[in-house]
Design a protein around this ligand. Sequence first.
Ligand code: GAL
Length: 673
Amino acid sequence: MPETTPTGLTRLAFGGDYNPEQWPENVWHEDVRLMREAGVTMVSVGIFSWALLEPSPGEYDFDWLDRLLDLLHENGIRADLGTPTVVPPVWFYRAHPEALPVAADGTRYEFGSRGAICHSNADYRAAAATITTQLAERYADHPALAMWHVHNEYGVPVSACYCDSCAAHFRRWLAARYETVDAVNEAWGTAFWGQRYTDFDQINPPRVAPTVGNPGQTLDYKRFADATMRENFCAERDILHRLAPGIPVTTNFMTALSQCDSVDYWAWGREVDIVTNDHYLITDGRRTHVNLAMAADLTRSVAGGAPWLLLEHSTSGINWQPRNPAKTPGQMARNSLAHVARGSEGAMFFQWRQSRRGAEKFHSAMVPHAGTESRVWREVVELGASLDSLSTIRGTRTQADVAVLWDWHSWWAQNLAWRPSEDHDARERADSFYEALYDRHLTVDFAHPEADLSAYPLVVVPALYLMTEAAGSNVRAYVENGGTLVVSYFSGIVDEHDAVHEGAYPGALRDVLGLTVEEFSPLLPGQSVRVTGPDGSELTGDVWTEFVVPRDAETVWTYADGPAAGLPAVTRHHLVAGSAWYVSTRLDAQGLDALLGWASDDAGIAPRADLPRDVEVVRRVGESGTYLFAINHSSSDVKVPLDGHGTELLTGERAAGRVALPAGAVRVVRLDG
Ligand code: GAL
């Protein structure tokens, strides 16, 4: 069995992508000296090195990598060794131009960037297997080897290829999934617009068409593209497992929902030995630490709650957004330790030494262009020391309070064209509900809609348009057994083929919610509605309203105006031992907080009113003890209550009853007993 933590690592992982091939060898020696100074424990190497390792077909040059791994080993630094299959050398593409992927409009991408791969291409698959075998045979027993890093961020920048090989592969995939072409016709509803197929050979990828394509076909193509990438990952992983038994294999995910939308990480989480993630702060005016927490919680959830590893983030600014602010003093440590609080077994960066050339030369690094006489470097060294003092948390698990249901397939379906309103965005609802839970200081696990939910007092369904019947029964059983459910509008509408569940909306959730929805009536830009509550309170909704018909549910909040005036806006359904809440408009933050407050009362979750906004408190628990992480993203000093007393690990100070948390600071208290 492969290990589930990097082999030989006895402290938290700290380091970054290390690309020494961009530098003369004398710099490598300076690098390892600085790595030791900063307390680096592991670096990721060789991710983009295929062209150097195999300069011409079948001719290998491993000498430089031998020297590099030896140097790392001599300095006590572990290696996360890449299989370089995300960028095959140019000679490969010149020999196999059809390995370059094709966009939906027929454009074939050129060599000269990265990630230009048709994952159905047999020559690519064979070449990837060969270079992986060469690396595994050579380095399986190298004492520096801690982990294999397969490929890089599957799904970006090319999420699907639409070439003829993919068309043939898609047909084989469909035949395996549906067996008959009639079953495909049924699933995709091809009776509509005369799209009927009589043979698998007639089916193509959903290429550019005059108007909107078949939604079932588009959804299945996303599944196919994801499955094809996963097939290629598994092929490399199996070679590595066979030739380097025991060494864990990973590939870096991008679970932050804005950064990669084409990969079903629930499925990928089951295939890797260690879940690893990359996270970058997106400058979109929202609180970046909330998106970070969400990505970390989602990553931990796809790891099944087990520890995972942050494989890349940035020391300061990135360089691929329109505007890339530098991190503020202390922000890198807060970011890093927030990932650790939420289950990461360390904090790694892109990249170790800032490049002088190439596309990412303005992306920050652990050793910046400014060198070691810089704030970034001083903070890197400080972070290394902080992580060192947290070594005992390895293996402990983050404790969650509530669950949020999330499913990539539903998100893909939700984003298909021609929906009731383009202003409704499933991800926006997921973000906003998450943020409302974050502001209530609740730690979130994400759960697949068919997963066991019994451990959670409260389950939130932000916008889960696609739900199978099994998912519907699952949440119903959860409520019947005493759970509290909160469901937002446009959930439970279609099945796995994007076909509307039979009967009135929301087919998969009618019973558990005790209501039906007669019609959707989305609002126009700038329109909003007022919603009045039982205590006379007034909330605001926008984007969406609908005509809800309560069956067994009670009306809690009512539309005061707008298209659904007088109809229920928020309902509650008592079902056996639990209750199910439904909200049929897009509530703002204040409305979501009120709704979650009511539902939390049902769920028996006490408010954590003693913590100010933007103070994050998360616990990791395990054999070595209970660790309370307190992270202050605000500009005020606060005191965070503790249950008991303990030792603050970053300062070494004792804390009893409360721990002082200055503005911008992080404290990690290991509780006594
Ligand atoms: C990641 C990628 C790295 C680097 C980094 C910073 O997505 O894996 O290779 O490009 O972003 O932009």
